[in-house]
Design a protein around this ligand. Sequence first.
Ligand SMILES: [Zn+2]
Length: 312
Amino acid sequence: MFSSILVAGVSALALASSASAHLQIRSHFASFQPPNSLTPKTDKVERVRCSSNVSSEVYEAAESRFGYNRILIDTDNVAPRSANISVYFHVVSSDDSEENGNVSDDQISQQIDVLNEDYADSGLYFVLANTTRTVNEQWFSTAGPDTDEQTDMKNQLRQGDADALNVYTVGFESGSGTGLLGYSTFPSSFDDNPQDDGVVILFSSLPGGSTENFNLGKTLTHEAGHWVGLFHTFQNGCSEPGDNVDDTPAEAQPNSGCPTTVPDTCPDSEGSDPISNYMDYSYDACLTSFSTGQISRLQDQMATFRGINFSS
Ligand SMILES: [Zn+2]
């Protein structure tokens, strides 16, 4: 599996995209204690947007596959909203209450609206196709990267083909997913494991959720960014080819919070850190854009690996 992980915690600034960094995070977050279900559900844990476990080997293999098969889309001739993406929303909760994961239809509707606002220039239009609701304490608590619970969950719930976005909302309370905000598969991995394809996010990251600083719905925007084929803007740090997008400035590490002074962590490369890019780690309120190059890349990725037709 090749996925990207959103992590809750404070010291992930030192993250790199290596497997060893990933292991460090896991050990760090082993001490994270999710809020007790009886306490007020305002999640004030300081969170960092995401950590990638895309190793350089996996990155190179994926990019090689992409380069070999790439379908080039003429971005200038893509009409707005030319391709509909069906979204299957799978709500997994530990009981019937909203505070234990049973998010409302209204929140889901708002989340789809956020996606469509953020992807307004992408040629993609997200349409809610179906919502499923499952009470399963094990899945809610323990579904996370590479766990049996997430595999069971996806095997039972996933719908549609390569062009369908399956979103699972869970609690990330224990196991490998403890403290995560979300993780996603990438388009190039679909053929190898179709049933695994999709995005898993923290239920309280939806608009109006209880996760402070991460409750405007940008978690799904970010994870869907991986699902459409984008890497983090700090992929490969200051080294070429970075995230393989020409117009996203290189950055040495993820940013967090809402920096008032824009850092330039790769001074030898053009441009300051893209702190407002959806594929960085800033707070929800500070994530506002994809670059033109990212839009071009995601369209090629979607055409190449998910069979999306962009019409002019
Ligand atoms: Zn990510």
